[in-house]
Design a protein around this ligand. Structure first.
Ligand code: GCO
Ligand code: MG
Length: 408
């Protein structure tokens, strides 16, 4: 069996999805997602200009050898662009492998450890009242876990993860377009003072069973994070995400010494070398890598297995910047992984997105169920893909009130 060709597409409804399609001489094809949010043309160019030509003639069943060939062969190792490009190839090869076997992908990992896998949605509010409505809306739909981000009184509304007043829950996600980044102001003191009251009100209104998650988006210093974690401990969060920038990993020890709050980190990591110390020293509880940015299924499965040895559970990144292809790869890992924790999941589910990436996977009552279609179980409509144009976007840049650049 040989790879005959591979094509790269950029575009999608409201998102610049980078989709890779690998064709073989047996008519079977595989799909991969190389979407690197707000840097999409770079992964597409890496694939088109360097990798696709090396794939032609290779046996697509040799996914391990092909992964090693690209990773070691690149010489300049790691980094999100290369790892997302390798990740897309890897996903497509696993898709082909499972289609050859006539099995849904999870069967190749060892079958299901659970039927439905727990997901969490994003609730957001410009103020507490809007946030409570947003949470109520998800609870009514059957979600059992919700990430909560709230506007902070006295701080401009457009801080991380918070939609403007009156906006729908999905709007903040797509507001990154433009030819230069937006700028946002951040105030740590106001944030750490106000957020505990937010968690308190959420518990009062929704009770103890709702799983509450919160993303600090790398904004606190280690000592601030430790103090904050201690303060919010009574509200029993499912996790506190990215409390500090993860470059200084040893600093997490301070947080661990002061609080038992579960910590989730890793959405910006792209290899096992970024997280093996955090995992082996048991400084985190959930690993947030994504199959896209972290080198595909082959590499992420290694991270999941290492995490399992250290009581670290999975909580894969699932922001809407991932296409349904990589989300499907994660959903297959989620039903298999013995150390599965939770999956971030934003319903992309617009009719346009479903038409571009048809699948039978489904969300029901806050749990995600993979279909038994062979492979990843997601298809791609090439003809429709041509309708979408690339639109440039940037992550916002954050500053403190005095102008100092801070972490987005
Ligand atoms: C999350 C993330 C995202 C990121 C985005 C950046 O937890 O979902 O923090 O919202 O900001 O993926 O591209
Ligand atoms: Mg995050």
């Amino acid at each position: 069996m040989k790879i005959t060709d591979a094509k790269v597409f950029i575009g999608g409804p409201k998102k610049n999805y980078v989709t890779l399609k690998i064709m073989t001489d047996q008519g079977i094809y595989g799909l991969g997602d190389a979407t690197l949010n707000n840097r999409e043309t770079l992964t597409a160019a890496y694939l088109k200009d360097y990798l696709v030509q090396c794939l032609i003639g290779k046996d697509p069943r040799q996914s391990e050898d092909i992964w090693q060939y690209f990773y070691r062969g690149a010489y300049f190792r790691r980094g999100p662009i290369a790892m997302a490009a390798f990740g897309a190839i890897d996903m497509a090869l696993w898709d082909i492998k499972a289609k050859i076997a006539g099995l849904p992908l999870y069967q190749l990992f060892g079958g299901k450890s659970r039927e439905g896998a727990l997901v969490y949605a994003h609730a957001t509010g410009a103020d507490l009242a809007h946030l409570l409505d947003s949470i109520a809306n998800y609870v009514e739909q059957g979600y059992k876990a919700v990430r909560v981000q709230c506007g902070i009184p006295g701080m401009p509304q457009e801080s991380y993860g918070v939609s403007s007043k009156g906006a729908t829950d999905k709007d903040f996600i797509t507001s990154f377009t433009g030819s230069v980044p937006k700028e946002e102001i951040w105030d740590t003191d106001k944030y750490v003072r106000y957020m505990p009251t937010v968690f308190e009100r959420i518990r009062e209104r929704f009770g103890d069973d709702l799983k509450i998650l919160h993303d600090v988006h790398h904004r606190l210093l280690p000592r601030e994070a430790a103090a904050f974690a201690k303060t919010i401990e009574p509200f029993n969060l499912f996790w506190l995400e990215d409390p500090t920038p993860a470059e200084d990993q040893a600093s997490l020890r301070l947080l661990r010494q002061h609080s038992t709050i579960p910590i989730a980190i890793g959405e910006v990591f792209n290899s096992i070398y970024d997280c093996h110390q955090l995992i082996q020293q048991e400084l985190i509880d959930f690993i947030r890598v994504a199959v896209t940015y972290a080198g595909g299924i082959t590499h992420v499965k290694r991270i999941v297995d290492l995490a399992g040895l250290h009581h670290v559970r999975t909580g894969f990144h699932g922001a809407p910047s991932h296409s349904p292809i990589s989300m499907a790869a994660q959903h297959h890992l989620n039903v298999w992984a013995p150390n599965f924790g939770i999956q971030e999941y934003l319903v992309l589910g617009t009719p346009e997105c479903d038409a571009l990436f048809p699948s039978e996977h489904k969300l029901e009552d806050g749990l995600f169920y993979v279909s038994d279609a062979p492979g990843l179980g997601v298809d791609f409509d090439e003809a429709l893909a041509g309708q979408y144009e690339y639109e440039q976007g940037f992550h916002p840049v954050t500053r403190l009130a005095d102008g100092t650049v801070w972490n987005y």
